[in-house]
Write a protein that binds this ligand. Sequence first.
Ligand code: PLP
Length: 365
Amino acid sequence: MRSLSEKIAGIPPSATIEISNAAKRMAQEGIDVISLSIGEPDFDTPEHIKNACIDALRRGETHYAPSAGIPELTGAIAEKITRENGFSVKQDEVIVTCGAKDAIYEAMEAVLNPGDEVLILDPSWVSYEPCARIAGASARHHTLSPATFQVDDTLLSAVGPRTRMIVVNSPSNPSGAVLNMDSLRLIADVCRDHDIFALSDEIYEKLVYGKTPVSIASLPDMAERTITVNGFSKAYAMTGWRIGYAVAPRPVIRQMEKVQQHTISHPTTFAMFGAVAALEGSQECVESMRREFERRRDYIIPALRDLGYATAPADGAFYAYVDVGGDDMATPTWRSPRGRRSAPPAGSGSPTRRRWRTSKRPSGG
Ligand code: PLP
């Protein structure tokens, strides 16, 4: 075969998706498998959101849409951010994407150049570094203290002359940590002093337990250098809909829009109408799913600690990040006492291999 792209050949597959695929294959083979991999709510999308999408389909919303997304949705997102996140956003500073993941990829394509570095705070989600590398940049990792999973002064030594972006993910996948104001101020100082973009992945903002996440774009002079990413997958149980968004200064959005125009054009038109209903309808569905995740967290975290395992705080998101003292990826399958097999939980971001991160998805106590 002719040689293939070296850039893509050097990028690992997504550990979470590979493991999820393996679990799905095992289930198809009739194996009773519990997948501890991908971060996916086990709830169905709320009815009023599904109905809004079905109505849109029936009305004939089956055509191309504006490349930044339907105005009903970009408008609702601008209002949501201005109302809830402490900084104001105009409609033309919003782009709707195919999930938050696509927003992260497009943001990196929009601002990075070959030779630039993206600073990633570990433990981190699996796709930040691959997205940076696909965009032609490289990643530098800075490990947060496992005692707090907060940012301290050591961040300063991690910033190099080529650092162009810092990825902020609060609440974090996998640690569940919610960054406190000291951490956010430190990151903001570094961004201002070194003229660096913050890419703030806020996909878990609604799933918090006793903590209030703060958008870094709301700190002084940060809106002009922050790309805020969010979406519908986690808060509204809409993983399969593939709708996310980014909010950023107009020149960045314009660059992202060009990437979108030449690749996906825009997310699925009728699905975007469901997302409008998600933002404009009652938020009780979000709160009831949050309460159920909290109930599971309140069970699993103390139970793991009682068994002698150190766990990260799990103040947000829906993961248990547990120190098991081994290499999770070296464990192909586990067998439970009842004969069930589980795909291994996904390792997230080097150098966290000795820990595993498992989605607190299985229901029940
Ligand atoms: N960011 C983080 C931290 C995630 O954990 C995930 C999904 O697991 C995503 C982004 C992607 O979300 P979406 O399904 O909206 O693309």
